[in-house]
Each structure stands twice: as structure tokens, then as C-alpha cells.
Ligand binder design. Structure first.
Ligand SMILES: NC(=O)c1ccc[n+]([C@@H]2O[C@H](COP(=O)([O-])OP(=O)(O)OC[C@H]3O[C@@H](n4cnc5c(N)ncnc54)[C@H](OP(=O)(O)O)[C@@H]3O)[C@@H](O)[C@H]2O)c1
Length: 248
């Protein structure tokens, strides 16, 4: 039977690339984000390319926490059930600590942590009711070690990883409900126009292929690309500040 996947933050970058990859593997897809015109354009492209699948769009601002369960329930009603929900929506922002204005930090934590939690919670409620499902959270390599200039972003992703680990343990007896946390390295997307100044950058479509392979295998923890980030994961917490400052 055709599986159904919901992707938040599907209007660009990793979310859109995941939509292309899932579509090529025959999944029905619900595309969610705030920029509905981008979602409609992606829906048209996917529907033209893959006539065998259903693609739907849903306007969703994950910061409107109370609306997230309603949007997911409506998608479930349309598609019949939800097999995979990907909490991918996220923002970044650079701030020098000590400026006194916490707006950027608050927005980042609101979207990346509370928005993701709202998505995870709503998805797990549906999974518990239908008896199966897979929640996927888009964390970051910055969960391994706080990145200078991105303290709030790093904290949001470390917290998200931790949150999903706890949810995975909460659900471990429910064999048909899976929890996956993905830690991307640097992926070329709209999130940072200057990403190519960083090392080991890969394109979003390549990242999406690896991510979907891992999701289909039901892995609980994924690092993409694995080289060099899987090794850096254990090294990064031990690096001296001077080295981290030089790299980032
Ligand atoms: N690119 C990287 O190097 C990298 C590395 C590690 C982790 N990540 C994570 O990967 C995820 C995707 O990022 P990306 O690189 O693909 O960036 P992107 O191209 O900027 O995509 C971000 C997506 O999130 C959506 N979004 C932002 N705020 C939202 C909100 N309040 N409600 C709903 N959707 C919202 C955006 O859609 P709308 O603006 O249309 O709402 C957009 O579709 C993020 O969680 C990011 O932190 C990226």
C-alpha cells in the first residue's frame, strides 16, 4: 500500500529535496510551510513527474502551536493515515552574545524547538491512535558542539536531539512507532547564502537520498553526510575553543 509522508518546511531546501526523493519512491506527500505559493508550485512539479502519487499542500506556521494538531488531523483525514511525519521546519540567525536583544534567540527557539515539539506531539498522538508511524526530527551537527555566533541555534538543535531521544525511549515498547533524529552537516539550501565558505558542503538532493534511505530503514539516529560528521560527533565536544573558533 502507498505510504503517506508529511513534511514541514517543504517550501525549500532539505524539505523540498525530501519531497522529490519520497515522490520518486512512490509515497503520497503532504507539503507544509508558510509560503503556500512555493508549495503549490512544488506540488505541480511533483504531480506532473509522478502521476501515481497524491501530493497535497497545507499552510502551516509551526509557531502557531495550537494549529499544528488541527493541520495534521486534516491531512490524516485526507490521506487516510500518516506513516511518516518529518519535523523539518527551521530557521537560523547569527547573533553576538551580549547585544541585549533576545529577539533572534527567541524566534529560533520558538520555531526550531517549540515548533518541532508541537509537530512531534501532534504526530505521536495520531501514531498512538492508529498504532503505527514514524516521527523524524531535523536536528543538526551543531547539537554535537555549540557553534560560535549561533548559540541559540545550537541550543535549539541540542535540545531537539535530546527531546527526540526521550520520546524514542518513551515509545520503545511500541514496536510499530519509530523515532528518527537526523543530524545534517552543511547542506546547500536557502538557510545560508554563504554556506560554501564552510567545509564538506553537499547538495540537498544528495542529502535527501541518504536521509530517506535511513528513514526507510527505521534508524533512530542519522548523521548526513556521515563523512566526516559521524567521526566529528565524538571529537567536537573535546576540541579546544581555539580550534572550534577557527573552523566556524
Ligand atoms: N542547510 C543546512 O546546512 C542545515 C544543517 C543542519 C540542519 N539543518 C536544518 O534543516 C532544516 C531545513 O533547513 P534548510 O537548510 O532546508 O533551510 P531552508 O531552505 O531555509 O528551509 C527552511 C524551511 O523551513 C520552513 N519554515 C521556517 N519557519 C517556519 C515556520 N514558522 N512554520 C513552518 N515552516 C517554517 C520554511 O518555509 P516557509 O518560510 O515557507 O514557512 C522552509 O521551507 C532546518 O530545521 C535546519 O535547521 C540545515
Amino acid at each position: 500500500m502507498t505510504k503517506n509522508v508529511v513534511i514541514t518546511g517543504a517550501s525549500s531546501g532539505i524539505g523540498a529535496a525530501l519531497a522529490h526523493e519520497f515522490a520518486s519512491r512512490g509515497y503520497n506527500i503532504a507539503l507544509c510551510a508558510r509560503r503556500i505559493e512555493k508549495l503549490e508550485s512544488l506540488k505541480n512539479t511533483l504531480s506532473e513527474k509522478h502521476s501515481n502519487i497524491t501530493v497535497m499542500t497545507a499552510a502551516l506556521d509551526v509557531n502557531e502551536l495550537d494549529t499544528v494538531p488541527t493541520v495534521l488531523s486534516k491531512i490524516k483525514s485526507s490521506l487516510g493515515n500518516l506513516d511518516i511525519v518529518i519535523a523539518n521546519a527551521g530557521i537560523t540567525g547569527v547573533r553576538r552574545t551580549g547585544s541585549g536583544d533576545l529577539t533572534i534567540d527567541k524566534n529560533i527557539l520558538q520555531t526550531n524547538l517549540f515548533g518541532a515539539i508541537a509537530t512531534i506531539d501532534a504526530a505521536v498522538a495520531i501514531f498512538r491512535e492508529q498504532g503505527f508511524g514514524q516521527i523524524v526530527g531535523m536536528s543538526s551537527f551543531s547539537a554535537f558542539r555549540g557553534i560560535p555566533g549561533s548559540a541559540a541555534y545550537s541550543a535549539s538543535k541540542a535540545a531537539l536531539t535530546n527531546y527526540l531521544q526521550a520520546v524514542g525511549t518513551e515509545l520503545f515498547r511500541k514496536k510499530d512507532i519509530k523515532v528518527t533524529v537526523i543530524h545534517p552537516g552543511f547542506i546547500r539550501t536557502e538557510i545560508d547564502d554563504n554556506i560554501d565558505k564552510f567545509p564538506f558542503v553537499i547538495d540537498a538532493d544528495k542529502a535527501a537520498r541518504t536521509m530517506v534511505n535511513a528513514i526507510e530503514k527505521g534508524k533512530s539516529d542519522v548523521v548526513v553526510p556521515s563523512w566526516p560528521w559521524a567521526i566529528l560527533r565524538s571529537v567536537m565536544p573535546k576540541l579546544p575553543e581555539s580550534v572550534v573558533a577557527k573552523i566556524f
